[in-house]
Design a protein around this ligand. Structure first.
Ligand code: SAM
Ligand code: FES
Length: 346
């Protein structure tokens, strides 16, 4: 029966709620292997064995938000804060471009220090300096007009995980001032403006139920994003969730497989968080249907300060070392990193 559900998901790209529940209640070695086999087949049909890389530039760890799970939340007084200057961001792009990156992801906390016009300036300079590259932003919730200005300046893509599609669950993960309805609205605005949009959620976040995960899957189906990023929740020692358990490798991989069958041509990363909970996490993510990796291009001296969760990997190496390591790891499982913008193709 479970195998039939996986076949149905592969053909119809969606299941009924009770079918998703049955699937999520049947995660074991055999069902996972069957799902991953189908997910890999789907991924290979669309992308062959190509893996796209995105150069992550974590340009500020200041944040006005206070998400209970996040190591750079504003209430964490132990966090050693930093901001990169425009010149430092451009230097990261320069290093990244020479290493073969054709997508730069500018990510940060929600930091009002960077006004929208300063961000527009940074995006415009990257756009004119690297005409062969995609620019992805991941800087949280903004107004429609701000998103539009950044798009017109040359940003192509935007990552904004919805975190959980269930209001009640959202309220357990965030203070009252942060609202799920606005986060969802932002995602629809971004789509309307023309961005390639990425959403996603943490697997095993505190209080998450399988019913919550099903709502996440249905929300993702409705939004129809070009990218979906999921990774395990990992506790950070200086947050209210310090003592909560991490999300599991097994469930995260299973959900990557489900997402690949739901959205066959989506860009799905094997995340750093996945690589943090298991030494082969990113390789296993690719073997479960992921087709993107996001190595860090931030200057090594700030890497350890962008700590969303404990024990984050790749905080000590130069970008060149990281990409060489990843190229070898990905080669060892029969895939290859390509020099390509890796745009969404419908
Ligand atoms: N400020 C932007 C935003 O809110 O979208 C981007 C930065 S935010 C730190 C990027 C993502 O990190 C979040 O969407 C969240 O899912 C993830 N994250 C934060 N804390 C985490 C944790 N403890 N474990 C795993 N992922 C975490
Ligand atoms: Fe803002 Fe985590 S609380 S980035």
């Amino acid at each position: 029966m479970v195998y039939q559900l996986i076949d149905k998901l592969m053909c119809e790209h969606i299941l009924e709620k009770d079918e998703f529940l049955m699937l999520l209640n049947s995660i074991n070695h055999d069902t996972s292997e069957y799902l991953f086999h189908k997910a890999r087949e789907t991924s290979k049909n669309h992308f062959d064995t190509d893996i796209y890389i995105r150069g992550l530039i974590e340009f500020t760890n200041y944040c006005k938000n206070d998400c209970f799970y996040c190591g750079i939340r504003k209430s964490n007084s132990s966090c050693d804060r930093y901001r990169l200057s425009k010149e430092e961001i451009l230097e990261c792009c320069k290093v990244g471009h020479s290493l073969g990156f054709r997508t730069f992801v500018l990510q940060g906390g929600e930091d009002p220090y960077y006004t929208n016009s300063e961000l527009v300036d940074i995006v415009s300079i990257i756009r004119s300096s690297y005409t062969d590259c995609a620019i992805t932003l991941s800087i949280g919730e903004k107004t429609y007009d701000e998103y539009k200005e950044l798009y017109e300046a040359g940003a192509d893509r935007y990552l904004l995980r919805h975190e959980t599609a269930t209001d009640e669950h959202y309220r357990k993960l965030h203070p009252k001032s942060q609202e799920l309805s606005n986060r969802k609205l932002c995602l629809y605005h971004l789509k309307e403006i023309g961005y390639q949009v990425g959403t996603g959620f943490m697997v095993g976040s505190p209080f998450q139920t399988n019913e919550n995960i099903i709502e996440d899957l249905l929300f993702i189906k409705d939004l129809d994003p070009e990218m979906v990023g999921i990774g395990p929740f990992i506790p950070h020692k200086d947050t209210p969730f310090a003592k909560m358990p991490s999300g599991t490798l097994e469930t995260t991989l299973f959900l990557i497989g489900i997402l690949r069958l739901m959205l066959p041509n989506a860009l799905i990363p094997a995340t750093t968080a996945l690589g943090t909970i298991h030494p082969k996490g990113r390789e296993l993510g690719i073997l479960a249907g992921a087709n993107v990796v996001m190595p860090n291009l931030s200057p090594v001296n700030v890497r350890k300060k962008y700590t969303l969760y404990d024990n984050k990997i790749c905080t000590g190496e130069e970008a060149a070392e990281c990409i060489t390591c990843l190229r070898n790891r990905i080669g060892s499982i029969g895939y290859q990193i390509v020099v390509d913008r890796g745009d969404y193709r419908s």
